[in-house]
Design a binder for this molecule. Structure first.
Ligand SMILES: [Zn+2]
Length: 240
């Protein structure tokens, strides 16, 4: 919703709705309509709308703020529209994931515990296939094993209105030469994360996502974000 939002806690309605969204999306692979949410929670449309806005402010979901039906675009790690990473379960399409970083995070959702989560993705520059298998937040295999995550947007621009642009900037690439090529194609420079750095970057959030119904909101505070990236050993000099 915005950067540097002051600390707040989610209310009981938002907590109940968030847990329902996770359960519904993990089970079905797509987001619920308002009627599904009403049937599950007993809330009417205004009460749901307020809970959705609160969850959007706390960076748990992204809604179309202008829409009368508060259309859900994302409930991290999931995306309602096609992205670079699709989650496959038992050889079948399950859902689209928010971005390359959310692809690192998805296997930590409680309903997926112990399961092989296959991530079907592709290189941002040449669209060549990339495949990961993840279980409980660990990379079991990566094809090719040179895969990296390119982030083309500085944290100073993350979540200025919502996280759509930030997620869009986090892409898999085959290796450093493909990252260079993507930078020329997109006309943007970015930071490069190894898969291990990507896992470390998402680890704090995924350890409590859905596991803890009272997990507090997320906040984008750019200066702290940059310090965090540096502490993971990510080279952020191109943004300074
Ligand atoms: Zn490529």
């Amino acid at each position: 919703m915005a950067q540097n939002v002051p600390d707040f806690r989610f209310g009981e309605d938002a907590i109940k709705v968030r847990q329902f969204l996770y359960q519904f999306w993990c089970e079905r692979g797509y987001p619920p309509a308002l009627r599904d949410a009403a049937e599950a929670t007993g809330f009417d449309r205004r009460r749901l709308m307020q809970a959705y806005r609160e969850l959007d402010l706390g960076i748990m979901i992204v809604i179309d703020q202008e829409a009368e039906n508060v259309n859900i675009l994302k409930c991290m790690p999931f995306s309602a529209y096609p992205t670079q990473a699709r989650l496959m379960m038992d050889g079948r399409f399950h859902s689209y994931l928010g971005c390359a970083m959310e692809a690192m995070a998805a296997s930590r959702m409680p309903p997926f515990a112990g399961k092989a989560c296959e991530i079907e993705a592709y290189c941002a520059c040449c669209l060549a296939r990339i495949g990961l298998v993840m279980t409980d937040g660990a990379v079991i295999s990566a094809r090719p094993d040179s895969v990296l995550i390119h982030v083309s947007l500085s944290p100073w621009y993350w979540n200025t209105t919502n996280v759509m642009r930030m997620c869009d900037s986090m892409n898999f690439v085959l290796d450093r030469s493909h990252a260079d090529r993507f930078e020329r194609q997109a006309g943007r420079r970015g930071a490069i994360f190894t898969l291990e750095q990507g896992l470390a970057f998402v680890s704090r959030g995924v350890s409590t996502r859905m596991w803890d119904p009272h997990r507090p909101p997320d906040f984008i505070r750019p200066a702290q974000m940059l310090d965090g990236l540096k502490s993971l050993g990510v080279d952020v000099s191109m943004w300074e």
